[in-house]
Write a protein that binds this ligand. Structure first.
Ligand SMILES: Cc1cc2nc3c(=O)[nH]c(=O)nc-3n(C[C@H](O)[C@H](O)[C@H](O)COP(=O)(O)O)c2cc1C
Length: 217
């Protein structure tokens, strides 16, 4: 698989098969992903992998967590400007339409969102933390690392879904992985083999045309 094929075939997968993924493979992918560029070569990512039995333990731990959680950060700005607002809205509408979930069916919408907290059935995942000292430049380095991982996963026959949703469960995740108080959770990453029969996985997200976001001077 060449880079273009990996980029074009990657999409966020929201239904996985239960087929296991070995820690050895995850280690290889993570090691390669650490070749991602980072400003000053800080490599500010901190990764906690859960797989197989630790995934089961984590999901059980999550279900029994009763303390109200404080979100790690606001996922989106409060008054999201255009064109971002529309892009976000359209993605949601496209997904719910595909799943046959109407606008008024709040319960079905919420239960689809809640799938995030079971990693969409993925057998393994990781959490990506960063030291609270770091600012926007280092947070963007996390993106470099995550995208590199997602493309390498594709090459290895795996699929992924990056999940900011986990930022809403910062406290329980931090407790489970025993993260330092000085670290903050950015996101989760669901990893596994794609369920090809799941309708949700046929979602092909749109992109705004190049003319709208690039200028050649
Ligand atoms: C950092 C990051 C966090 C994301 N968080 C979530 C999430 O919590 N839940 C989810 O279903 N999708 C999540 N996504 C997936 C985006 O919705 C998706 O990347 C976007 O709609 C483009 O679609 P594509 O990935 O299929 O190309 C996230 C993506 C990124 C890059």
């Amino acid at each position: 698989m060449n880079v273009t094929d990996a980029v074009l075939s990657r999409s966020s997968v929201r239904s996985f098969l239960s087929n296991p993924v070995s820690n050895e493979l995850l280690e290889i992918l993570l090691k390669k992903s650490s070749r991602a560029a980072s400003g000053g070569n800080l490599q500010p990512w901190k990764i906690f992998v859960i797989n197989g039995s630790s995934m089961q333990k984590f999901l059980t731990f999550q279900e029994s967590w009763t303390i109200p959680e404080v979100p790690a950060y606001d996922i989106y700005p409060q008054k999201l400007k255009e064109p971002y607002r529309t892009s976000r809205f359209e993605l949601g509408e496209q997904m719910y339409e595909l799943l046959g979930i109407g606008r008024e069916d709040k319960d079905a919408r919420i239960s689809q969102i809640m799938e995030n907290f079971r990693f969409f059935g993925a057998p393994c995942a990781f959490f990506c933390f960063i030291d609270r000292q770091m600012g926007p430049p280092q947070w963007s380095d996390l993106g470099m690392f995550l995208q590199t991982f997602m493309l390498l996963a594709k090459e290895a026959g795996l699929d992924t879904c990056a999940q900011e949703a986990w930022s809403m469960k910062h406290d329980s995740v931090s407790e489970f992985v025993k993260a330092k108080d000085s670290d903050i959770l950015f996101c989760g990453m669901a990893i596994g083999y794609k369920n090809d029969t799941a309708t949700v996985n046929s979602l092909k997200s749109e992109r705004r045309p190049l003319q709208e976001w690039a200028k050649f001077l």
